[in-house]
Design a protein around this ligand. Structure first.
Ligand SMILES: [Fe+2]
Length: 323
């Protein structure tokens, strides 16, 4: 049996920014939602300082939660870290969009602060700062070969060519909190979570059940290996601007609270039953990254490090550990 450490976290761009920038991020996001109506809960949170006092508390909660995850990760000292995230039309666009793709290159770069709004970041790093991560060598190609023979039509990529920034934000953002010193080798897994939300003509996202099965197949591969592997589920859960049940104005706290209960009780496999329509209505598109991870860790109760449920956070955020 493999030795596996599971971690779950957010990759929201705003987590790299100081709280003072969050109102502008909200303005940009909701400015793009037709007929946007702020939920009552959010209006209360914004209060008379445009949310700054809440934002400061929540930003600190995120930093503190990542510190717990980082300490666990480095104390556990894995041979490699699989990061399960979604490329959001960054490297993979309509011209070439795999459903699942594993990175098999020799090393991988990321420019976390290169995006608009990255200039002012909580580490005061220059906007063009590059981070280069080692990758786990033949482990990645062995994993692709295994998964294909298990019946998964996995894609693989030795380079990221779609844009000039290397790793998409789903992968590089958590790595800034967990592995900014680039000590641990990283294995990125890309999942097409956005599906049609990325734009006209984009193919649909994979089903929850298929993602869970992929996680189980990855687990089978890991069980035959000697490496100690950490796996990171990278995404917030329901995103307000994707929640079609509430006109893309409010995240679906009720849906996510039910899922959170399952994770605490060690009933994570229930998420494999989500239908495509449930995911679309609840704005939980990117939760597919967690579903794959749940397939790997199995029905083991999660330790919930932090939950952020304020609507002013734009998305429902959970920080979790499976050990
Ligand atoms: Fe995302």
């Amino acid at each position: 049996m493999a030795e596996i450490l599971g971690l779950g976290c957010s990759h929201a761009p705003m987590i790299l920014n100081p709280a003072e920038q969050w109102p502008e991020i909200r303005r940009r996001i909701y400015g793009g939602v037709p007929n946007y109506q702020a939920p009552v809960k959010m209006v209360e949170e914004l209060g008379d300082d445009n949310g700054l006092s809440h934002d400061r508390v929540n930003q600190q909660k995120i930093v503190d939660a990542f510190a717990v995850l980082k300490e666990k990760l480095h104390a556990w000292n894995p041979d490699l870290v699989i990061v399960v995230g979604d490329d959001q039309a960054e490297n993979f666009k309509r011209d070439n969009l795999p459903t699942f793709c594993l990175y098999t290159g020799d090393e991988v770069d990321g420019y976390p602060f290169h995006r608009p709004g990255g200039k002012i970041n909580i580490w005061d790093q220059p906007q063009d700062k590059k981070y280069t991560f080692k990758t786990p060598g033949t482990f990645a190609t062995d994993m692709v070969n295994f998964l294909i023979l298990e019946g998964f039509d996995m894609s693989s990529a030795t380079e990221l060519k779609g844009w000039d920034w290397g790793l998409p934000h789903a992968h590089i953002n958590p790595l800034m909190f967990l592995n900014q010193e680039c000590q641990l080798p990283v294995l990125p897994l890309f999942v097409n979570c956005y599906g049609e939300e990325a734009g006209p003509g984009y193919p649909p996202r994979p089903t929850a059940n298929r993602c869970y099965e992929l996680g189980q197949a990855i687990r089978k591969f890991l069980d035959g290996r000697a490496e100690r592997v950490a796996i990171v589920a990278s995404s917030s859960w329901s995103h307000s601007f994707l929640t079609h049940r509430y006109n893309c104005s409010e995240f679906d706290e009720e849906f996510d609270r039910r899922t959170l209960g399952w994770l605490k009780e060690g009933k994570g496999s229930n998420v494999a039953q989500f239908t495509p329509e449930e995911i679309r209505l609840s704005g939980d598109h990117e939760f597919l990254n967690w579903i794959i991870t749940l397939g790997v860790v199995g029905d083991k109760p999660a330790e919930i490090v932090e939950t952020l449920d304020e609507q002013s956070q734009v998305s429902f955020k959970v920080f979790a550990i499976w050990e």
